[in-house]
Design a protein around this ligand. Structure first.
Ligand code: DGY
Length: 330
């Protein structure tokens, strides 16, 4: 029997061809509504799902009784009910590693752009306002030699810290559930409590996965602990930050600026004050969005689903327990 895959998000013909050589593929290029009858029909027969940016609910899983595996084209898996998937024996695969360096580049882009006011001053030139040499009112602040506080020190957090420590001579503080002695040796990084990190850092950069524990991890109290000169960067997920508290901290001058790639609601509402603030650099969730990296992520997802549906261990598996369950059952 040929297994069936439901694919959504923008897959290239090359990836669809690879999948079609082994599986029957129902492809929804621009899926707008999960109640779409064609999507529901495909789901009811699907053994695998490949895609990203769709909230997978238990109700959708009920509509996919044959489902064996999901390959998300993302490293984050906050759109998936992991425990529920594991209970149902459905493998969940993601795409770590291949996007680490690109996402860290985006993190550092936000650090540089906010510190040196690059977007604000490029707009100033574009408007024709540059009529004499600029003075203090347009100065930024240094990045090199400053203290970088990383909240979360996984692969992406470490890659941002590496840029800071090795490229810009920054001191690195980090708060993380577990110590990272190798990174401490490599980067001279110091682990500390969140409160100390917030008080000491010139740049506070969030790079933790979204979970029940990290939702609104940074709120009014945390902004209140930061230096008034601090620059806040979020490269993780919008919901890790209480956005109303962030807006308040920027408006009240509790922090100097923010570089944001992610927001509580995406796409960001045009009503949000954030992109209109001169001291905010707001990007449309471009962490991993380069041609090379999105290609590598999609390839990883294709490889993951292929291995999973062939009964093999996928390269990047989120819920190991579902795989063990399956191997012991057979
Ligand atoms: C990821 O891979 O998790 C990126 O944030 C894109 O969603």
């Amino acid at each position: 029997m040929t297994k069936r895959i439901v694919a959504y998000s923008r897959l290239k013909p090359k990836h669809l061809d690879q999948l079609s050589q082994r599986f029957h593929v129902d492809y929804f290029e621009a899926l707008k509504d999960t109640d779409d009858p064609d999507f529901r029909k495909a789901l009811s027969e699907a053994h695998g799902i490949v895609g990203s940016s769709l909230l997978i609910t238990p109700e959708l899983l009920d509509a996919a009784p044959q489902l064996e595996a999901i390959a998300s084209i993302s490293v984050g898996y906050d759109n998936y009910p992991v425990e529920e998937l594991t209970q149902r024996g459905i493998l969940l695969c993601n795409t770590p590693d291949v996007l680490t360096e690109t996402t860290a580049d985006t993190g550092f882009l936000l650090i540089m752009a906010t510190a040196r006011r690059a977007i604000e001053l490029a707009e100033f030139v574009k408007r024709g306002d540059w009529r004499e040499s600029i003075g203090e009112a347009h100065f930024g602040s240094d990045v090199h030699g400053k203290t970088l506080g990383m909240i979360g020190f996984g692969r992406i957090g470490a890659a941002i810290a590496r840029r800071g420590a090795l490229g810009f001579g920054m001191q690195v503080l980090y708060s993380n559930a577990s110590p990272k002695p190798e990174l401490e040796r490599e980067l001279g990084a110091t682990r500390c409590e969140l409160e100390e990190l917030l008080a000491q850092s010139d740049f506070v950069c969030v790079s933790v996965p979204l979970s029940a524990e990290t939702t609104h991890l940074i709120g009014r109290r945390e902004f209140g602990l930061m230096k008034p000169s601090a620059i806040f960067v979020n490269i993780a997920r919008g919901k890790v930050v209480d956005e109303a508290a962030l807006i308040g901290a920027l408006e009240n001058g509790e922090i100097r600026a923010a570089g944001l790639d992610v927001f509580e609601q995406e796409p960001l509402s045009p009503e949000s004050p954030l992109p209109h603030m001169t001291n905010v650099v707001a990007l449309p969730h471009i962490g991993s969005a380069t041609h090379e990296t999105r290609e590598a992520m999609t390839q990883r997802a294709v490889d993951n689903i292929t291995l999973a549906l062939e009964g093999k261990r996928p390269i990047s598996l989120v819920n190991e327990a579902a795989f063990l369950q399956r191997t012991t059952a057979h």
